[in-house]
Design a protein around this ligand. Structure first.
Ligand SMILES: Cc1ncc(COP(=O)(O)O)c(C=O)c1O
Length: 380
C-alpha cells in the first residue's frame, strides 16, 4: 500500500483507511493455524465491529465473539453457515436476556452468581460455560490485567475447584493477556488449568482460550499448535480462540492534516485535525502510535497534538527531516483495533471518514455529517 499516493487520493481528512488485502492476509494466517491445530477461530467483534470487517471475516472464521446485546445483534446479521456466536461479559442485564439468549450458541458466565441467576431465567439451546480467572498475571499494568487482585473478570480458579452443582457447564473460557507476542502466558495458564481442573475438562464440550495474542507477530506457532492439539486429544473437546487485535490492528490507518504550527516553551507544536477523540487509548494508556513519517534520527522535533480542548490531547514528540507546514498530511499506522470503536465527537469534532483499500483501489465506505452529531444530541 503506497501511503504517499493515498494521501493525494483521500479527499476527506481525518480519514480511517481499512486495508482489506492485509485483513485477508491476517485471516489466511489464522486459517493455517486452524488447519494445523484443529482449533476454531472466532473474530472478537469489539476490536472493530465495522460491517466490511464482519463481511470479509465471515467465510474465514467459525463465528464471532461478542460482549453485549448490540454486538450480538450486529454480528448475527453477518453470521453465515451456522457460525457460532459466543458471549462473555460481566454486564449481563436481565432486561436484555429474552432478546440476547436466542442469538447465542455459547455463553460464558462471568461469575457463579451470574450463572445461577440467568439459569433461572431459562436458556434454550445455548451451550453454557464459565469464564475462569486463572489467577496468573502476565501484565504489569493493572488497568488491563484480568488477573489483577480483586478482579471482576471470571470465576476464581481456586473457588471453582471447590464448587459443585455445575452439571450444566459445558465449557470454560479464559482470557488473561493483551497484545502478547509469544505463547508462554497461554502455556502456563493451560498448565494450571490442567492441574487444577483436569477432571472437569474431561467432562466439557469446549474450551475458549480467549484473545490477547498478536498471531501475526509470532514467528513460531508450533507451541500453540501443540498446546491445542494436546487439549483436543486429552479431553476430546472443541478449542476456540477469539482474537480481535490480531485480525484488524495492522489493517487500520489514520490519515490527518496539520491545521496549525507554533512554538510553545521552545518546542514546535503541530495541531492535527484528529485528536485522542479518534484513538482514546493514546490518552488512556499513554500509547505512542506508529507514525509513517517519523524518522528516528531526523533533526526536526515536533509535538503532534490533537485539536480538542484537552491539554493532554497529545500524540507525542516525533522527528522529521524537514520543518512541518500547515496542510502537511500524516498517517498513523496499526490503529485498526480499539480506535474507531472508542472514537467520540467530543468538542463537536467529526468522526473520521472511513475508506477501504483493496487491490490498489480506494473506496469511500462511510462519511459522517452534522446530521449524525445532531441526531445524537437532540430530542426532536
Ligand atoms: C473476553 C475477551 N476475548 C477476546 C478479546 C480480544 O482480545 P484481543 O483484541 O487482544 O485479541 C478481549 C479483549 O479485551 C476480551 O476481553
Amino acid at each position: 500500500m503506497d501511503l504517499q499516493s493515498l494521501k493525494a487520493q483521500i479527499d476527506n481528512s481525518p480519514a480511517f483507511v481499512l486495508n482489506i488485502d492485509l485483513l485477508q492476509k491476517n485471516l489466511a494466517q489464522l486459517q493455517t493455524l486452524r488447519q494445523q491445530s484443529g482449533c476454531k477461530v472466532l473474530y472478537s467483534v469489539k476490536a472493530l465491529p465495522f460491517s466490511a470487517v464482519l463481511k470479509i471475516a465471515n467465510p474465514w472464521v467459525d463465528g464471532f465473539a461478542v460482549s453485549s446485546l448490540f454486538e450480538a445483534q450486529l454480528a448475527n446479521e453477518f453470521l453465515i453457515n451456522d457460525g457460532s456466536l459466543h458471549l462473555t461479559t460481566p454486564g449481563l442485564s436481565p432486561d436484555e436476556w429474552s432478546d440476547l439468549s436466542p442469538l447465542l450458541s455459547h455463553i460464558s458466565f462471568n461469575s457463579l452468581t451470574q450463572y445461577q441467576r440467568f439459569l433461572t431465567l431459562g436458556i434454550n439451546s445455548t451451550s453454557i460455560g464459565l469464564r475462569i480467572n486463572p489467577k496468573l498475571s502476565f501484565l504489569n499494568d493493572n488497568r488491563f490485567d484480568p488477573c489483577r487482585p480483586h478482579s471482576k473478570l471470571g470465576v476464581d480458579i481456586d473457588v471453582l475447584t471447590q464448587a459443585n452443582r455445575l452439571q450444566e457447564i459445558k465449557g470454560f473460557h479464559i482470557h488473561s493477556t493483551f497484545s502478547a507476542t509469544d505463547f508462554t502466558p497461554l502455556t502456563k495458564t493451560v498448565e494450571k488449568l490442567r492441574n487444577s481442573l483436569g477432571n472437569r475438562l474431561a467432562q466439557l464440550d469446549w474450551l475458549n482460550l480467549g484473545g490477547g495474542y498478536l498471531f501475526n507477530y509470532v514467528n513460531d506457532h508450533q507451541p500453540l499448535i501443540n498446546l491445542i492439539s494436546g487439549l483436543k486429544e486429552d479431553y476430546k473437546l472443541d478449542v476456540f480462540i477469539e482474537p480481535g487485535k490480531a485480525i484488524v490492528d495492522n489493517t487500520g490507518y489514520l490519515f490527518s492534516t496539520v491545521l496549525d504550527i507554533f512554538m510553545s516553551d521552545g518546542k514546535t507544536i503541530a495541531i492535527l485535525d484528529t485528536s485522542v477523540n479518534h484513538h482514546p487509548e493514546v490518552f488512556e494508556y499513554q500509547r505512542r502510535l506508529d507514525l509513517h513519517e517519523h524518522q528516528p534520527n531526523a533533526k526536526h522535533h515536533v509535538i503532534l497534538a490533537g485539536s480538542s480542548c484537552l491539554a493532554g490531547d497529545i500524540f507525542g514528540e516525533y522527528q522529521f527531516s524537514e520543518p512541518l507546514k500547515v496542510g502537511d498530511k500524516f498517517v498513523f499506522k496499526n490503529v485498526g483495533a480499539y480506535s474507531l470503536i472508542k472514537a467520540n465527537r467530543f468538542n463537536g469534532y467529526n468522526l473520521p471518514t472511513i475508506y477501504s483499500y483493496q487491490n490498489q483501489q480506494l473506496h469511500k465506505e462511510k462519511q459522517y455529517h452534522f446530521s449524525d452529531y445532531r441526531q445524537q444530541w437532540t430530542t426532536n
